[in-house]
Design a protein around this ligand. Structure first.
Ligand code: AHR
Length: 498
């Protein structure tokens, strides 16, 4: 099978906002307790945070981390998580039916994130709380001093304001599972008033309004239109969330689901632009895809977890090789929509549907999905180009005309580097790709990394950490402005030219 591509420097789609490589840590399962934070662990720092986990996150380069939820935030009282730890209450956490010890809260998390050079994307509770709690938290975090909440922060040992720039106005407020679920009108009004108050506290912040929880929600699109009708001039981004899975055990159909993600983005862009037209606004609404990943392995088994435990193992999906391909395709989809998607968060980062796993008192290790995420974050910086691509197509159970070649091309002018990310979705055939790169005179292949495996269900485990691991033996080469490469069946490829 053969595919072709013409790559031209001047055909630019958009600058990549590095925040599309953001992630997410929720007070859920072992993400915080037993994940990033484990006092007594041999690698823990003086604050109890594991340095082995921190350095693994550093390998990826995660520009921003969403916190503290997720569903958790809709029942969270942020004041429970500040001040002397001994005085903090243990609470019933209703989203995941656990007990929240509040040992880690706003200050500890922000200090940790700063230490690993990640910004925090802070979510406020618009489920059980409202305008007041949101503006108080913002004052606590960002106001320098001389007011009740800023001085409270200083009395807690944090003299300097945290300077949190990006704020989520609640989480998945359309979902019946959400504590304090709202109709689009209720949420739109609340989000708009909360945004107004927050901007009065700190006009420099950026705000994200909640879109639908999934593309299949019954109120989909109508929800976005109504919410934006109330909030369009008050917010900077609209959120999207999606998780895919292969419950039907059909790899071809599973990998085709990145088309659904692409359609999702394009439909939401259309709704945003409809409201822009309706309001005759000059402003263009951008998107924050602040939850995306594969999540299905533990959906059934997690129903057996006993309630009210502290940090039980929840959502600990063990990712297969094909899941890594799917994550690769989702990253390609985000890149190819970089003109409107400015923030995206892989949900989540440690232990909970995560690229990084930990063993209590033991090592941290990398799941299969760690690799495409790391590659995209490390090399997918610069300008997304708009190549002309021709690829063989296939049909699956739910999709027709699925390109076997899924690809994105990023040109980093500063480093004089051209990077091609490519997934070959064929279950049977190598795809011979030929690219016209004559516009990049003198460029040679400096790296062709491949993630491939004979077994689509292969997984990494703590005992066998390198079952699904990339190698640099790809055969990409250039000759007289022509790049040729064989993309092996079911593979993720990173081809770098300089
Ligand atoms: O990431 C896990 C959960 O998925 C989040 O808490 C929620 O926002 C979404 O439904």
């Amino acid at each position: 099978k053969q595919a072709k591509m013409i790559i031209e420097k001047e055909y630019k789609l958009a600058e990549v906002d590095p925040r599309i490589y953001s992630s997410f840590i929720e007070h859920l399962g072992r993400a915080v307790y037993g994940g990033i934070y484990e006092p007594g662990h041999p690698s823990a720092d003086e604050h109890g945070f594991r340095q082995d986990v921190a350095s693994m996150i550093g390998e990826i380069g995660v520009p921003m981390i969403r916190y503290p939820g997720g569903n958790f935030v809709s029942g969270y009282n942020w004041e429970d998580g500040v001040g002397p730890v001994a005085d903090r209450p243990r609470r019933l956490e209703l989203a995941w039916r656990t007990t929240e010890p509040n040992e880690v809260g706003t200050n500890e998390f922000i200090r940790w994130a700063k230490g690993i050079r990640s910004d925090v994307m802070m979510a406020v509770n618009l489920g059980t709380k409202g305008v007041d709690a949101a503006r108080n938290l913002l004052e606590y975090c960002n106001h320098p001093s001389g007011s009740y909440y800023s001085d409270l922060r200083r009395s807690h040992g944090f003299e300097q304001p945290h300077g949190i720039k990006t704020w989520c106005l609640g989480n998945e407020m359309d979902g019946p599972w959400q504590i304090g679920q709202k109709t689009a009108t209720e949420y739109g009004r609340l989000a708009s008033e909360t945004a107004k108050a927050m901007r009065l506290v700190d006009p420099s912040i950026e705000l994200v309004a909640c879109g639908s929880s999934f593309r299949s929600m019954p109120t989909y699109a109508e929800w976005e239109a109504t919410v934006l009708d109330y909030t369009y001039e008050q917010v900077d981004y609209l959120s999207l969330h999606t998780y895919y899975g292969n419950t039907e055990k059909d790899t071809a159909n599973y990998l085709a689901k990145s088309l659904d993600m692409d359609l999702f983005i394009k439909e939401i862009v259309a709704v945003c632009d409809y409201i822009k037209a309706k309001k005759r606004s000059k402003k263009t609404m951008n998107l924050s895809f602040d939850e995306w990943n594969v999540w299905f392995h533990t959906l059934e088994s997690d129903k057996q977890i006993d309630p009210w435990q502290v940090a039980p193992a929840q959502l600990e999906d063990q990712y297969t090789f094909e899941d890594a391909l799917m994550v690769g395709s989702m990253l390609i989809t985000l890149l190819n929509n970089a003109d409107r998607v400015k923030i995206a968060c892989l949900a989540q980062l440690v232990n909970v549907i995560a690229p990084i796993m930990t063993v209590s008192e033991g090592p941290a290790w990398r799941q299969s999905i760690f690799y495409p995420y790391m590659h995209a974050s490390l090399y997918g910086r610069g300008t997304v180009l708009h190549p002309i691509v021709s690829s063989p197509l296939y049909d699956s159970k739910d999709y027709t005309d699925v390109p076997l070649l899924d690809s994105s091309v990023v040109y980093n002018e500063e480093n004089e580097e051209l990077v091609i990310f490519a997934v070959n979705k064929s279950l049977e055939d190598t795809l011979l790709l030929e690219c016209d790169v004559r516009g990049f005179e003198g460029y040679r292949v400096i790296q062709h990394t491949v993630l491939e495996n004979v077994d689509v269900k292969a997984v990494n485990t703590v005992e066998r950490q390198d079952t699904v691991t990339p190698h640099d033996q790809g055969d990409a080469k250039t000759d007289a402005g022509r790049l040729t490469v064989s993309l092996s069946k079911l593979s993720w490829n990173v081809i770098r030219l300089q």
